[in-house]
Design a protein around this ligand. Structure first.
Ligand SMILES: Cc1ncc(COP(=O)(O)O)c(C=O)c1O
Length: 476
């Protein structure tokens, strides 16, 4: 198709995700035609620095298509498809073993899916079934109901806890776990019952509060929520090691140890959503290792294949697997493409390249320089906070740095959607202006980026944010 044909066909046929399609009745659809390293090119020949790595996901960047494509081709020739339903095949087995060796502790059991939402969906189902398989009786999800077989009330553990403003995917279970009301309202009623506890955004806490006090405050909130829901009914606490939505919230000192203790005390499985943080984003194969989270379940996708393939995984500890090894027990769940041989071959090659290129060492080695380059933007009155870790940062935008006051909904909308998103793209930078919490710019480049890319992205951001500040009446 010619560029003109592509534009017309995109308007006529392609329903883009989370996209105001009406906006493209007049404007051109941005059509990305090729990529290399950290850069993309559109159908008009414009080049962009992709400071978002696709969707926080192209961890190796765009330059390994040849090598990964060869692995895919070889797998296509050998065995283009077979399933993991009752059967196995070499690539799924090898990838499962590889993940078990990379994951911390006894996270050894790997259930493959096709992406992040399916991973989260599967983690919740796994937690629900785990408590039944461990010896609970199957009583309909009404905790007060009497089990006539034994004559005693049998609570069922099926509820989940996640954090406010966190994004965990779009399928009905994963959507229910999401902590972003605006994404959920359209589809209610959702899957019962999920409650959302406070996230670890410290920027709007009282300035005199110590980190330890903040941790205690967050853990109290979590414990009170567990108690209010009934600990005997809660099966899952699901959290990202660094929360993306709202802007790269890192947890305060002692938080993860406290979350782990509460999960142990109330017999609840802890699931780490590593769909973004896994595979190097914060300099470790799993961020759970960096922050010593000790989860029972890890969800991953995106970086597992650097997004060269549609593959995700739920990695569970031996303890979680154990009841499923008994007698006729099985996890009653499956997905046709889970562990697809070509997707698995691609993920294996991705991991091999990451090791060869020393990606973990690179991210940890560059982390300080990346952060300090971004921190130069704090000179702008509109940039209130720079936070994150590894290659995963957010800038929070404020109207008043002294009071940390943010923008109203309308101001945020006109600033982010009306100006920043379009202007950054026009200036050749892809990153995300996000207002799911307070307005933030999210930055998450491919892990092959280095100082030249840090400088380029910071330069463009600086110019565009200075202009944004002037538009809302801030002096620069
Ligand atoms: C933390 C987290 N969990 C789950 C998902 C859902 O993943 P997917 O879009 O592959 O379904 C995402 C996607 O951005 C995510 O960031």
């Amino acid at each position: 198709m010619t560029v003109v044909d592509l534009q017309q066909s995109a308007r006529d046929h392609l329903w883009m995700h989370f996209t105001r399609m009406g906006g493209y009745e007049q404007a051109d659809v941005p059509i990305i035609v090729r990529g290399d390293g950290c850069y993309l090119e559109d159908s008009k020949g414009n080049r962009y620095l992709d400071a978002l790595a696709g969707l926080f996901s192209v961890n190796l960047g765009y330059g390994f298509g040849e090598e990964i494509g060869q692995a895919a081709l070889e797998q296509m020739r050998e065995l283009p498809f077979y399933t993991n339903w009752s059967y196995a095949h070499p690539r799924a087995i090898e990838l499962a073993a590889e993940l078990a060796s990379l994951a911390p502790g006894d996270l050894n059991r790997v259930f493959f899916v096709s992406g992040g939402s399916e991973a989260v969906e599967s983690a919740w189902k796994l937690a629900r079934q785990y408590y039944l398989a461990r010896g609970g009786k199957h009583v309909p999800a009404d905790e007060t109901r009497h089990d006539e077989r034994v004559g005693t009330p049998q609570p069922r553990k099926y509820k989940a806890i996640a954090r406010q403003v966190a994004y965990h995917g779009t399928t009905m279970g994963a959507l229910s776990i999401n902590g972003i009301p605006a994404l959920k309202e359209t589809f209610e009623p959702l899957v019962p019952e999920v409650r959302h506890v406070r996230n670890t955004n410290r920027y709007h806490r009282p300035p005199e509060e110590t980190e330890e006090e903040f941790t205690a405050f967050l853990l109290d909130d979590l414990e009170n929520t567990i108690l209010a829901m009934g600990p005997e009914t809660v099966c899952l606490v699901h959290m990202e090691p660094v929360q993306n939505a709202g802007g790269a919230f890192v947890a305060p000192i002692g938080y993860w140890r406290g979350v782990r203790e509460l999960c142990d005390r109330y017999d609840i499985l802890l699931s780490a959503d590593e769909v973004i943080t896994g595979f190097g984003r914060v300099g470790h194969w799993f961020a759970s290792e960096r922050y010593d989270i000790r989860p029972d379940i890890v969800c991953c996708a995106k970086g597992l294949s650097s997004s060269y393939a549609a593959i995700g995984a739920v990695v569970a500890t031996d303890k979680v697997m154990e009841p499923f090894l008994a007698d006729t027990s099985m996890f009653s769940h499956g997905i046709t493409f889970g562990g697809h041989p070509v997707m698995s071959a691609i993920a294996l090659k991705n991991i091999e390249i990451m090791k060869r290129e020393g990606i973990m060492e690179r991210v940890l080695g560059n982390e300080g320089a990346f952060r300090s380059t971004l921190e130069t933007l704090l000179e702008l009155p509109i940039v209130g906070d720079v936070r994150g870790a590894g290659y995963f940062y957010a800038l929070e935008l404020v109207k008043d740095k002294e009071t940390r006051a943010g923008f109203t909904q309308e101001e945020g909308e006109s600033l982010l959607r009306g100006f920043l998103s379009g202007e950054l793209f026009r200036r050749g930078l892809i990153c995300r202006a996000d207002d799911r919490g307070d307005p933030v710019i999210q930055i998450s480049p491919p892990l092959v980026a280095g100082q030249p890319e840090f400088d380029e992205l910071t330069g463009i951001l600086g110019d565009v944010l200075a202009e944004a500040g002037r538009r809302v009446g801030l002096e620069t």
